[in-house]
Design a binder for this molecule. Structure first.
Ligand code: GAR
Length: 193
């Protein structure tokens, strides 16, 4: 008798550089029956990235690439991704800038999450800058990756209220909680669900 394997899920890779809390939330999302994606590969530029442990925990292949030479690293990543038949890439705290050539290879298939309400506060040290400017709100954004840093088409955003007592650290925590909800929601939107 033919076995039912359920609806086919789109194979995806997640790129990380650090803790990987967004990776964890994406893995949980991918395991839901109605999720359109499966996570089949974790890529990092940092062999010490804490998030790599999720590869072991959830039995997902993980690969670390030495970024001393970006062109070389990206060449290897592209061949790894194509070999594994990966169709989508989710950047989740990946602290490297992808080359134009890399982005061109996966046009419209790379998403990123950024911890601010883009187009405000592109780049690094977002929370410190937001607090220093006494902003009343911050938030997070999921967007398509284009060749201009943090500038591709926005998919979804979530606003977070900043209190008088917030520090960069407490704000980062608040925003991260929303990131974990926003990224799966944005993926569902991209897949028209
Ligand atoms: C997240 O806040 C993510 O938005 C941010 O790094 C953190 C990674 O946390 N990304 C960027 O700043 C990209 N420019 P995580 O490793 O726990 O998911």
């Amino acid at each position: 008798m033919a076995q039912s394997t359920g609806p086919r899920k789109v194979k995806c890779a997640v790129f990380i550089s650090g803790t990987g809390s967004n990776l964890k939330s994406l893995i949980h999302f991918s395991k839901k029956k109605k999720s359109p994606i499966s996570i089949n590969l974790i890529i990092s530029d940092n062999s010490k990235a804490k998030g790599l442990k999720f590869g072991k925990i959830y039995k997902i292949s993980k690969k670390v690439f030495n970024y001393k030479n970006r062109i070389h690293a990206e060449k290897k990543i592209i061949s790894e991704i194509k070999n594994k038949n990966i169709k989508f890439i989710f950047l989740a705290g990946f602290m490297r800038i992808l080359s134009k050539n890399f982005i061109q290879n996966f046009k419209g298939k790379i998403l990123n999450i950024h911890p601010s309400l883009l187009p405000s506060y592109k780049g690094l040290n977002t929370h410190q800058r937001v607090i220093a400017n006494n902003e009343k709100y911050s938030g997070c954004t999921v967007h398509f990756v284009s060749s201009k840093l943090d500038s591709g088409k926005i998919i979804l955003q979530k606003k977070v209220k900043i209190s008088k007592h917030d520090t960069a650290k407490s704000l980062a925590k608040k925003v991260l909680i929303q990131e974990h909800k926003l990224y799966p929601k944005a993926i569902r939107k991209v897949f028209n669900l």
